[in-house]
Design a protein around this ligand. Sequence first.
Ligand code: XMP
Length: 527
Amino acid sequence: MKEMILVLDFGGQYNQLIARRVRENNVYCEVHNYSDEIIDKLKTLQPRGIILTGGPQSVYADDSIKCKCELFELGIPILGICYGAQAMTYALGGSVEKAEVSEYGKTELSINDDSQVIINVEKESVDWIVPAKSRIFDGVENNSVVWMSHTDRITKVPEGFVVTASTENCPIAALEDASKNLYAVQFHPEVVHTVEGKKIFGNFIDICGCSRDWRMASFAEETINQLKEKIGNKKALCALSGGVDSSVAAVMMSKAIGKNLTCVFVDHGLLRKNEADEVEAVFKNYDLNFIRVDAGERFLTKLQGVTEPERKRKIIGEEFIRVFEEEAKKIGAVDFLVQGTIYPDVIESGLGKSAVIKSHHNVGGLPDHVDFKEIVEPLRLLFKDEVREVGRQLGLPEHLVSRQPFPGPGLGIRIIGEVTADKVKIVQEADYIYREEIAKAKVEGLGQYFAALTNMRSVGVMGDGRTYDYAIALRAVMTSDFMTAEAAQIPWKVLNTVANRIVNEVKGVNRVLYDCTSKPPATIEFE
Ligand code: XMP
């Protein structure tokens, strides 16, 4: 049986990052929604450890998800995070109350390491015996910065538990019953703002006794074998965009089913300048059945007059599927549609209980009816950097593997408001200049960078005349998992050159803005 840590999801927005942190430690990890039925499943799956995630509810609310006590009696090490910590506390007889002040942001963690200390919590005057430093904080500096985001807090620990750390506003920031391998933290070790979060996950993984032998190579091999078994001699059509994800999915599929795979590349007219020809040039050289469909007009017609971002995404997603269905009919007897969906697409489209941020066109943007027997998504559980690693294992060229991502709905979501042929042209040209200058200046460390067309027109002066034209927004972010991102500090000289070139060379633009926001609170794309 595969060594695994299982994440039980209570609906927090960044829960999938927990899986990411576990996998960084070379331990396979899956995320499942919490329900009482999961307890029987756990007996079969036998994970080495369980992590309970954060979530938006209050444990004391009638309709909140409560954990069954049985979960904590399975003998499996458990780490509760935020809501997960509160759910553990509540289930085992401790108390959780609404905090007087909600805590959101960075704070210092005071780790207890003196077995004699006794803490009183405000009015209640409850005493706890504090243990020697917890194993969960092995190697973690006292006063290390952690990220808090909660409105409720634990005010009394369950019997047998001790408090292992506190912060200024949260006297019970970590607690445990080490004899039962039950650990809980109120803060979020999964986000990068918790400076020693990775160490904390590593410590929990050690407590679980994992051997840390999971590698991407084994993922690729296992997945190709599973695909072979599942698809057998049947035919599949792969939605190929030329991006990293769908290219890796296509190569995996081709290794699994060979010529029974046809890759269909749809040029929806919302691609970057020259991109369609570049993609065709790359894939014509592979031993694959490759079809290019030019559908620009068709997509633009469907998008006429549409301004709402989610509608745009859904229309583009649906139209893609319709084109694939038509191509599949021409080939005949195609049962499977293969997509390069990755984990962040799944999460942000709002599966499980997290809120929908955007319907990624290959997940939440799918129409209700899809005329294929099944959709196959071999990379559904991987993060971007993991997909790149699989690509390298499969021998894909580095320039393709390290390409910056480009969203399925393309420039459609980089043009705020209605999409028209003129606007597509503007954003294509501006983006081309931006990419050219970034390459020339050899700016490194960027996860993604692009130009977007704002829906804002403003007054400018060119030559001796007044202009009333659009503003282009430039974005560049540093990220590895695309779940969180920092705005990149592009050298001013480069930005200046780009801005000058854009206003001079792209008709219809008289202003260039630079987006300095991180994700969260913004997202990487504009829509
Ligand atoms: P956001 O804008 O959600 O983007 O911060 C995170 C990453 O996902 C990409 N993205 C998409 N990829 N289909 C895709 O295949 C989509 O609908 C989609 N929307 C966003 C985005 O480019 C970034 O890399």
